[in-house]
Design a protein around this ligand. Structure first.
Ligand code: DMJ
Length: 641
């Protein structure tokens, strides 16, 4: 038994008493309880005696101080709060030895009385039955849990909430659209309900095995990634009972003090992004509080020689490291470059500039670096501050870094000109070195590897169609028309990558090589894991052009998902989109609920639902409001108290 077992007497903390399950033999539990309380008694008596002895037995070192000739007696030190409360702390001051003796006597009596009282209380306790003691301990525990909850619920400082327009509605104009939108909502219900039944609290769902699932990005934790990722989609679809269920789980179970090594990027975009969006949409304080708690746990990842964060961090120990597969121990551009939106919101909501400073530091560092051909390589070593392998892509490893430059500008109400300039410079270099037209006239974005253009485009890179149209307004030399066109060309290419398969679902990546156009060649690239990027691009194109083809293409994709990915226990990815008899991978990704279904729902809604001049979607499709921060800086935001 350790000292914490003493704590019930003080009523301050939960003792780690394990009473054992009810099936334990009766005598064993009784014996353990008695043992604990007897030890408790002995220890409390012992501590009390030591306490008295320490302060009141003659102390030669104290008496030596009399020899200083300044004073010849001890009086309580009264000028420090701590000394005043602690009668054991004395300083040499006055000549009144008699007064000192009286004080000493008074304290001795008090200690004696306290000691006797403690013994009496302990005796009383031992007279109680096992059940009564158990009930008392349970009451203590409940009290502490309640205290912790109250502490957690303590509101953060109030800040003006940005303009929250279009959080509901979006009812489309005609019946056909209404039916399509309802169908997407039904798909969401199917995905959610099955996760609710078979995977609740796990990060993701195995819809065929009908059990929980997780991957290394979430460490070994059960953090309910699907719940957090899905909340805002549930909310905008009007699935309020489901939303409340998720909220309850978060309130009671979402705990970040776990010994688990998670991906900083994934946790940021899915959890912090998801919680912040849920907060803004619903106004429920708990989401903001959880987002801030989690953000604090991510901060140690920035403790590197350069301030470029590690890819992974252990939420408990704060120890960070990088992926073993990353070039030369590097951090990844799309990971450390995709924190800005969430971190700016965190600083805005808490009044704490630390988050803002961390991401601005990354930006400043990147600005200073040489860029081969104006391109940002995907790898940067956080120890040396040097680029790793010269590999640039707008797909995996690079993608959302570019997206967040543009969105930092949009989210700042178009006042963050530095971000806009970095975005413009970057996409100019990308257009020059990475974007090409195939022989068949399809525009694609290749990958730059050590001075060579690989004519391969990833499904992930298809998001760029939406990014180009989103950034068209405000582009340099008023090239808005050009970027609208470029976005439309990318959308068309990505649609082709879907259309040229047996399932009408796109492969993970596709080639442009001689006669091969927009088709995956290697078996390992033929899978579809319920990814959103192509549908995301259709939706942006729809919002900016209202060309009906984007709704048609979106509907084609929705039908294909329904036909080939839906199983009784949810939705699953498929291993080969070129095979008409698909094999399932048995994973329902959390981004399917966060992004794929949300973008489909928005595609069949009217534009007044989450209008783009008020909301900016993070890379996991979590909408965050535009912050009107003109005439203010986040490190000294006057709006914050
Ligand atoms: C999502 O988690 C995010 O969109 C991220 O930026 C990259 N892709 C996945 C879904 O494909």
């Amino acid at each position: 038994m350790t000292t914490p077992a003493l704590l019930p007497l003080s009523g301050r903390r939960i003792p780690p008493l394990n009473l054992g399950p009810p099936s334990f033999p009766h005598h064993r539990a009784t014996l353990r309880l008695s043992e604990k309380f007897i030890l408790l008694l002995i220890l409390s008596a012992f501590i009390t005696l030591c306490f008295g002895a320490f302060f009141f037995l003659p102390d030669s070192s104290k008496h030596k101080r009399f020899d200083l000739g300044l004073e010849d007696v001890l009086i309580p030190h009264v000028d420090a709060g701590k000394g005043a409360k602690n009668p054991g702390v004395f300083l040499i001051h006055g000549p009144d030895e008699h007064r000192h003796r009286e004080e000493e006597e008074r304290l001795r009596n008090k200690i004696r009385a306290d000691h006797e009282k403690a013994l009496e209380e302990a005796k009383e306790k031992l007279k109680k039955s096992r059940e009564e003691i158990r009930a008392e301990i349970q009451t203590e525990k409940n009290k502490v849990v309640q205290e912790m909850k109250t502490k957690e619920k303590k509101p953060l400082p109030a800040v003006p909430i940005p303009n929250l327009i279009g959080t509901h509605g979006g009812d489309p104009e005609d019946n056909d659209l209404r039916e399509k939108r309802e169908k997407i909502k039904e798909m969401m219900k199917h995905a959610w309900d099955n996760y609710r039944i078979y995977g609740w609290g796990h990060n993701e769902l195995r819809p065929i095995a009908r059990k929980g699932h997780s991957t290394n990005i979430f460490g070994n934790s059960q953090m309910g990634a699907t719940i957090v990722d899905a909340l805002d989609t549930l909310y905008i679809m009007g699935l309020h009972d489901e939303f409340r269920d998720g909220q309850k789980w978060i309130e009671n179970n979402l705990d970040f003090s776990v010994n688990s090594e998670v991906s900083v990027f994934e946790v940021n975009i899915r959890f912090i992004g998801g919680l912040l969006a849920a907060y803004y949409l619903s106004g429920e304080e708990i989401f903001k509080i959880k987002a801030v708690q989690l953000a604090e746990k991510l901060l140690p990842a920035f403790n590197t020689p350069t301030g470029i964060p590690w890819a992974m961090v252990n939420l408990k120990s704060g120890v960070g490291r990088n992926w073993g597969w990353a070039s030369a121990g590097s951090s990844i551009l799309a990971e450390f470059g995709t924190l800005h939106m969430e971190f700016v919101h965190l600083s805005y909501l808490t009044g704490n500039p630390i988050y803002y400073k961390k991401v601005m530091h990354i930006r400043k560092l990147l600005q200073k670096m040489d860029r081969p051909n104006g391109l940002y390589p995907n790898y940067l070593n956080p120890r040396t501050g040097r680029w790793g392998q010269y590999h640039t892509s707008v797909g995996g490893l690079g993608d959302s870094f570019y997206e967040y430059l543009l969105k930092a500008w949009l989210m700042s109400d178009k006042t963050d000109h530095e971000a806009r300039k970095m975005y413009d410079d970057a996409i100019e270099a990308i257009e020059k070195h990475l974007i090409r037209k195939s022989r068949g006239g399809l525009t694609f974005i290749g990958e730059w590897k050590n001075g060579h253009l690989e004519k391969k485009m990833g499904h992930l890179a298809c998001f760029a169609g939406g990014m180009f149209v989103l950034g068209a307004d405000g582009s340099r030399m008023d090239r808005a028309g050009h970027y609208l066109e470029l976005g439309a060309e990318i959308a068309r290419t990505c649609h082709e990558s879907y259309d040229r398969t047996a399932l009408k679902l796109g492969p993970e990546s596709f080639k442009f090589d001689g006669a091969v156009e927009a088709v995956a060649v290697r078996q390992a690239e033929k899978y579809y894991i319920l990814r959103p990027e192509v549908i995301e691009t259709y939706w942006y194109l729809w919002r900016f052009t209202h060309d009906p083809r984007y709704r048609e293409w979106g509907w084609e994709a929705a039908l294909a998902i329904e036909k080939y990915c839906r199983v009784t226990g949810g939705f699953s990815g498929v291993k080969d989109v070129y095979s008409s008899t698909p094999t399932h991978d048995d994973v329902q990704q959390s981004f399917f609920l966060a992004e794929t279904l949300k973008y489909l729902y928005l595609l069949f809604s009217s534009d007044d639902l989450l209008p783009l001049d008020h909301w900016v979607f993070n890379t996991e499709a979590h909408p965050l409001p535009v912050l009107h921060l003109a005439n203010t800086t986040l490190s000294r935001n006057p709006a914050v108290r």
